[in-house]
Design a protein around this ligand. Structure first.
Ligand SMILES: N[C@@H](CCC[C@H](N)C(=O)O)C(=O)O
Length: 297
């Protein structure tokens, strides 16, 4: 079966975007993994699937699959690419438009000259909201936030803010994002057994009250050049800790994003770029895909 796709990125967080409205697409974890693989597939951090909505107030349903094949709740950079895709492909002219994600509705505004902004939906901060088991762990108050002390093997303890932007995030403050051992600490936090659905691990360096630098080791994708929900989680955590004021300019390795939060409404803005379009024979791709575990050692 041949699928048309478009390759896109938002600040270097890259996607294979599929139109499931005009073509029949049945996504499976193995199909998503094969498409996302950087050597045996097209290559992407996430696969985005645009479908007809189930919700009566939504224009589209927007589904997200991590490179490891797992379907997840939200993707901020992907949301900006999603609305660009819908407009560029002529699926709708409506702007702003509303999309249904797993946990509710988000509103997206696509202004070609000014980038795309997304109302990201609700934020939550409880351990249960990110599936975190706190049994026997120490915590400390920090501004309006509660920081949880997570011991990590062979690493300094992580002092974590917990934030759900529909998807789960654990954010820590570091002195220097370039020097912090994100490659070692990231995977330990991402798949720490205390996080029941794993977690996106954020490392934030505060530059001034409106500026941070950020790296995110994403659940199911590894470190990406940018993470939109990660940028939101870090900005919100910094504001709750009393270190930042809205709006916050978030410098990622792939470029800047802007996050505004007034304690309720959360808005993220940034670029959405189309790279190329193509066709893939999905059955052949999956058939040829090596069955051995391709996770690098
Ligand atoms: N890149 C994303 C987040 C994608 C999902 C995430 N890895 C998860 O598992 O929750 C973004 O821009 O927000």
């Amino acid at each position: 079966m041949i699928w048309n796709f478009v390759k896109m990125h938002g600040a270097g967080n890259d996607f294979v975007v599929l139109d499931g409205v005009r073509q029949a697409i049945e996504m499976t974890p193995e199909r998503a993994r094969a498409l996302a693989h950087r050597h045996f597939g097209i290559g992407a951090d996430q696969i985005l699937l645009v479908e007809a909505p189930h919700h009566p107030e939504a224009d589209f349903r927007y589904r997200i699959f991590n490179a490891d094949g797992g379907e997840v709740e939200h993707c901020g950079n992907g949301a900006r690419c999603f609305v660009r895709f819908v407009h560029e492909q002529g699926l709708s002219r409506r702007n702003p438009l509303r999309a249904e994600i797993r946990t509710g509705l988000i509103t997206l505004d696509n202004t070609p000259e000014a980038g795309v902004s997304v109302e990201m939906g609700q934020t939550r901060f409880g351990p249960d909201d990110v599936g975190f088991d706190t049994t026997g762990l120490q915590s400390q108050a920090c501004g309006e936030d509660t920081l949880w002390v997570l011991p990590l093997p062979g690493q300094a303890d992580a002092l974590l803010s917990l934030v759900a932007i529909s998807n789960p995030h654990a954010v820590q403050l570091v002195d220097d994002v370039d020097r912090h051992p994100v490659e070692q600490a990231g995977p330990l936090i991402e798949s720490h057994p205390r996080f029941r659905q794993r977690v996106n691990a954020g490392f934030m360096q505060v530059v001034d009250r409106h500026t941070i630098r950020l790296r995110v080791y994403e659940r199911g994708a590894g470190e990406t050049l940018a993470c939109g929900t990660g940028a939101c989680a870090a900005a919100v955590a910094g504001i709750r800790r009393g270190l930042l004021d809205s709006p916050v300019r978030v410098h990622t390795r792939g470029g800047p994003l802007t996050v505004a939060w007034d304690g309720r409404a959360l808005r993220m803005s940034g670029p959405a770029t189309t790279v190329y379009s193509g066709q893939v024979d999905i059955d052949r791709l999956v058939q040829q895909f090596p069955s051995k575990d391709l996770t690098p050692p």
